[in-house]
Write a protein that binds this ligand. Sequence first.
Ligand code: PLP
Length: 409
Amino acid sequence: MIPLEKKDTEKLVFTKEFTKQESIPPEGIERAIEIMQSGRLHRYNTLPGEPSETDLLEEEFADFLGKKHCLACASCGSSIHIALRSAGIKPGDKVLCNAFTLAPVPGAVENSGAEAVLVEITEDFTVDFHDLDVKAEQTKAKYFLLSHMRGHMADMDRVLEVCQKHGLVLIEDCAHTLGASWDGRLSGTYGFFACFSTQTYKHLNSGEGGLLVTDDDEAMAQAILYSGSYMLFERHHSRPKKEIFEQYKKTTPNYSQRMDNLRAAILRPQLRNLKAQCERWNGRYRLLEKELNRSPYIRVPARDPKEQYVGSSIQFSLQGVHKDQVAVFLEKCRERGVEIKWFGWPEPHGFTSSFETWAYLKEQPELPATRRVLDSLCDFRIPLTFTLEDCRQIARIINYVITEMMPTP
Ligand SMILES: *Cc1c(COP(=O)(O)O)cnc(C)c1O
C-alpha cells in the first residue's frame, strides 16, 4: 500500500450512518396506507373470501423458495421457536447449534424448553464438522439448528451427510441468507424448516418479522396453530388440508406470534426486488473484500465457489493483532466514522453478544477454537445507502488505521 501524506490522512473520515437503510418502495408505502385507511391490519380481519395481505406474502414467499408452505411470524426468533416446537421438540431435548450466532437463536431454543449444545466454528466462521460429529455422537441430539450467521454458509453437502449419519432434523436459520444459494440450491430449501428475518437490518425490512417455510403438512399445521390462529387456520392460503389440523387443534397452544397485514404489505414489493438488491450488496461486498484483503493484517475469509452468498455485511479477522490492540483499532476507526462490531468484547454490546454471556444456558460450553476466532472477528453491515465510493473510503480508513498501528513488517 502507498503511504499517505498527512494532508491526505486528515481527509480520511466517513460521515454516513451505518444504521441507515433504504426507504420502503413507494408501492409498499401506498399499499400500507390503504390498509391503514381500511383499519384491517390484523391478518384475520378480512372480508369473506378475501385473501389478507399476509396470505399473499406467504404464497409469494413459498413460491420464491419453491416450498410447499410458508407462515409469517412476528420475528425470526419467534419463527425458530415455532419451528422447534412443530418439529417435535420436547423439554430437555438437545439441539446442536453452531456457536457463532445471534442471541435470539439460543433464546428460541430456551423458549422451546430444549437445551442448546453449542458447536465450535472454523476460521471461516462456519460450523466445525469434526466437533459437530463428536457432539452429535456424545449427546444423541436429534436436532441441528444451523445458523448461517452473517451469511456464511457451511458446505451444505456435508451438512446433509452429517444429518443423515446421526438422524438429525435440520432447521436452518436463514436470517442472513435470504437470496443466497449453495451449489445453485437456495438457502432455506435444505432444512425440514427454514426461518427468515424481516427485521430492519436483514434482506427485507418490515421493522420486525419472520417467515417460516417447510414442505411438511403435519409440521406446518402445528406451526400455524402455535403462531396463534384462533381456529381461523382455514383462512390461510399457504396451508395443508384442513383435516390435518383436527388432530392438533386442541393440543397446540396459541403462542400469539403472528405477522400483521401492514408489514406484509411493505414486504411484498421488496421480495419482488430482492434479486437486484442482492446484486447491489455483492458489488459492495466484493469491493470491500478486495480492498481489505490488500492489508497483511486483515483476512476476509475465502468463500467456497459453491457458495452464492449475499454480502449484506462483511466480517474479517485481524491477523497478528493482540486482543488488547483490537479495542484500540476499533476506537481509531470509530474516530474516523467507521463503526465496526467486535465479537471479542467480554460484555455483550448492542446486537453483538457471544456464547459466554448467555449465562442462562444449562451448561456453560468450553469452546476454545470459537473464542480464538471471535477474538479477532470484526464485522459491519453494508447498508445499500452506501455507494461503491463509500465502501472504498471505509476500506481506506480501515487499512490506514491498522497500518499505522502495527510495526512495519
Ligand atoms: C437477526 C437474526 C436472527 C433473529 O431475527 P429477529 O427477526 O430479530 O428475531 C436470528 N439469527 C440470525 C443469524 C440473525 O442475524
